[in-house]
Write a protein that binds this ligand. Structure first.
Ligand SMILES: Cc1cc2nc3c(=O)[nH]c(=O)nc-3n(C[C@H](O)[C@H](O)[C@H](O)COP(=O)(O)OP(=O)(O)OC[C@H]3O[C@@H](n4cnc5c(N)ncnc54)[C@H](O)[C@@H]3O)c2cc1C
Length: 380
């Protein structure tokens, strides 16, 4: 593991860090990066060896993903690792044949995977999604005919496979959560139309609007049973939220490091910025919030690695996501303030992370929804 850790460190230092600003300005990182990360084994972390993965504890997986975070770009993390939300539903619930067909290519970085749940009419209220998938016969074989629209989908334009939440039964037959299923839809299927969306941050991550017009998908691409999609999606959210929390802690640390370096070197009124008590206290507050969040995060990860899964833990993951994103919000704000005008200029990590904060608070379940869900899990 230590050798692998060092090879990932080299990969981040040589192939990623020097290019972060250029990729963000260009609005994309090179597509070859998927294959390079796949060859290194980065995309397979935590996945079964039979599909080309590399099994490890959650703690080890997060330690490695922290190395990527040190490059200071949430957009890279979201885009390069979009399979971390697109693949698990397939892996945990798909047929052996479908998993065998898609998982190895995804883990090698040859196929790009995205998760398509959110719709223009709402992302928080997943049970009310509107995209339909009606069972029809084509050349004597069962297919789903998909119609609808998804929005804000990470890696949506580039994706070879869209793990898509659809409504397989009409509202009258199965309203709400009961009518939802998950389908694997090829990104290049006839009737799929994809458009790039412009955003406040995560510039290098491809975010798409996706239209489905009479898209025919073989019925064997169904993941799990019809009508069981809501549970599959909810189960997937736990890992996504934990990853977002871990990323937020790491990006907060990047902000602290950059602000501290600046404060140690910048002189105002005849002394270092750090020697002004107000600035030193800002840095101390950043560290205090990071250390507290990190301790809770490590405790939660250790519980998961010990298999101590409970409703209380699910509630904690929701609240931890909020704690981590609040910490990130504070640290990004203070780092930009300490950097002064330079913090408002493109090129610094603090400036980029400041633009990326809000998506961490909204994506994967917004703050308000996290609190609601935590309260329900705790049965208060
Ligand atoms: C850059 C980016 C990338 C994304 N990537 C993906 C992706 O890969 N796949 C995917 O499926 N989705 C993705 N999303 C979508 C994301 O998960 C949703 O934006 C999020 O779930 C919120 O949904 P919404 O935007 O529709 O907001 P809404 O659901 O309309 O909510 C708007 C606001 O109202 C609040 N709110 C809603 N209901 C309540 C309530 N009952 N009580 C109190 N407050 C409430 C919410 O918390 C939120 O603050 C991405 C979003 C962004 C911005």
């Amino acid at each position: 593991m230590e050798d692998f850790f060092r090879s990932v460190e080299r990969f981040v230092n040589d192939k990623i860090k020097p290019h972060i600003n250029e990729w963000d300005e260009a609005g994309a990182f090179p597509i070859e990066l998927y294959r390079q990360a796949g060859e290194l084994g980065l995309l397979g972390l935590g996945y079964p060896e039979e599909y080309g993965g590399f099994e490890c504890t959650l703690a080890e997986r997060l330690r490695l993903s922290n190395l990527i975070c040190e490059a200071g770009s949430g957009g890279l993390l979201a885009g390069l690792f979009s399979h971390n939300i697109g693949l698990p539903p397939l892996l945990n619930h798909g047929s052996e044949e479908l998993v065998g067909k898609l998982a190895p290519g995804i883990l090698k970085g040859e196929l790009i995977s995205a998760l398509a749940i959110t719709e223009p009419t709402g992302g928080s209220d997943v049970a009310n999604l509107k995209t339909t998938a009606d069972l029809v016969m084509v050349d004597g074989k069962p297919h789903y005919k998909v119609n609808g629209e998804k929005v804000f989908i990470t890696s949506g334009v580039r994706a070879d496979w869209l793990t898509t939440a659809v409504r397989t039964a009409s509202h009258s037959e199965a309203p709400g959560a009961k009518g939802i299923s998950v389908l694997m839809i090829p990104g290049n299927a006839k009737g799929v139309q994809r458009t790039h969306l412009k955003k406040t941050g995560w510039w290098m991550s491809d975010t798409a609007s996706i239209y489905f017009e009479d898209v025919l998908v073989p019925a064997e691409n169904l993941v799990g049973k019809e009508g069981k999609g809501f549970r599959i999606i909810m189960e997937n959210f736990n890992t996504e939220r934990l990853m977002l929390a871990g990323g937020s802690v790491c990006f907060a640390k990047v902000c602290l490091k950059e602000a501290l370096d600046w404060a140690q070197n910048r002189q105002t009124f005849g002394k270092r910025l750090l020697d002004h008590q107000v600035i030193a206290h800002k840095l101390a507050d950043m560290r205090m919030k990071i250390r507290a969040t990190e301790a809770w995060f490590d405790e939660t990860v250790a519980k998961i690695d010990r298999g101590e899964i409970s409703q209380e833990l699910v509630a904690d993951i929701c609240l931890l996501k909020n704690q981590a994103t609040t910490t990130l919000q504070h640290c990004a704000n203070e780092a930009v303030q300490i950097l002064g005008g330079m913090g408002f200029m493109r090129g610094s990590s603090a400036e980029r992370i400041y633009r990326e904060v809000k998506v961490m608070c909204i994506g994967g379940g917004a703050e308000e929804i996290m609190k609601d869900l935590a309260v329900r899990q705790l049965s208060w």
